[in-house]
Design a protein around this ligand. Structure first.
Ligand code: SIN
Length: 271
């Protein structure tokens, strides 16, 4: 597709693209329409040097849909929709260290996440994304047939995860299809992740854990991935319905700080 208002430069043929020629806080509906089309095609988009106030960041999220409130994460500016991403020399872990799709344990998990990193370490702190369309398509036909109508249990447990911060609500748990049909593209995505998926429904414990272990390894294939090197005030917008991501913590004891606005999705349906 040709674009009239934006330039789109793919990071890989399968996932990720950098978009230039736009300030997200100032775009009109025509520009948003092109960004939305590019987002469905490339799954995660990157925008450098963005001037986004808290209000503009929230308004950008609302262009995609109703905002999602994280069950337990600390937030900024008194607004729980402004999730804080912060790691420094006193941290014992970072946010999003393992492969995951954001809060997939929610009954209606987030469709989009919009992260701006304000402060970057002098090097490192990259984020990786993987295409779950590719992960699904690269399973063998018999494995796809076996998984096609199965569901898996996703469980979040934030007990003690965010220190003294009191949770916004109870930690969720939900059964979701393993082969998820994307509501906008119609493509099938593998929808299990090592962060939240605990059990394949209907299998015994050993069968379930062996199969999940295989799938968690499968999604780490570098051929399904892109990797983004942050610069201060860059923004990433990703589609949680068809990707997973992980944030690398290789910059201790330096500080990395950003804000994520997240958008509610629909209840996952099978292919
Ligand atoms: C997350 O939203 O999982 C954090 C991603 C990051 O910090 O790069």
């Amino acid at each position: 597709m040709g674009y009239r208002f934006i330039e789109v430069d793919p990071l890989t043929p399968r996932i990720g693209a950098t978009v230039s020629g736009v300030q997200l806080a100032e775009m009109n509906d025509d520009v948003f329409e092109e960004i939305h089309a590019a987002w469905l095609k490339h799954l995660v988009l990157f925008f450098r040097d963005q001037k986004l106030s808290h209000e503009a960041h929230l308004a950008l999220g609302r262009r995609f849909g109703e905002l999602h409130i994280h069950p337990a994460a600390p937030y900024e500016g008194g607004d729980p929709a402004l999730m804080k991403i912060y790691t420094d020399a006193n941290s014992h872990r970072n946010n999003g260290e393992g492969w995951h799709s954001d809060v997939s344990a929610d009954e209606c998990p987030p469709m989009a996440s919009i992260l701006q990193i304000h402060q970057t370490p002098s090097s490192g702190g990259d984020t990786l994304w993987a295409s779950m369309y590719e992960a699904w398509d690269h399973l063998s036909e018999p494995m796809r047939a076996f998984l096609a109508d199965r569901q898996a249990l996703h469980v979040a447990d934030y007990t003690g995860y965010y220190g003294a911060h009191s949770p916004q609500r109870e930690s969720p748990r939900s059964l979701h299809p393993i082969a998820r049909k994307h509501p906008e593209t119609g493509r099938t995505a593998l929808f299990v992740n090592s962060g939240f998926t605990k059990r394949i429904d209907g299998l015994d414990r050993e069968e379930s854990s062996s199969l999940l272990r295989m799938l968690f390894e499968h999604v780490k294939n570098p051929n399904f991935q892109c990797r983004f090197r942050w610069t201060p005030n860059a923004v990433a917008i990703w589609d949680n319905r068809c990707t997973q991501h992980m944030a690398v913590w290789d910059y201790y004891p330096e500080t990395r700080h950003g804000i994520r606005v997240t958008v509610k999705g629909d209840r996952p349906v099978s292919q």
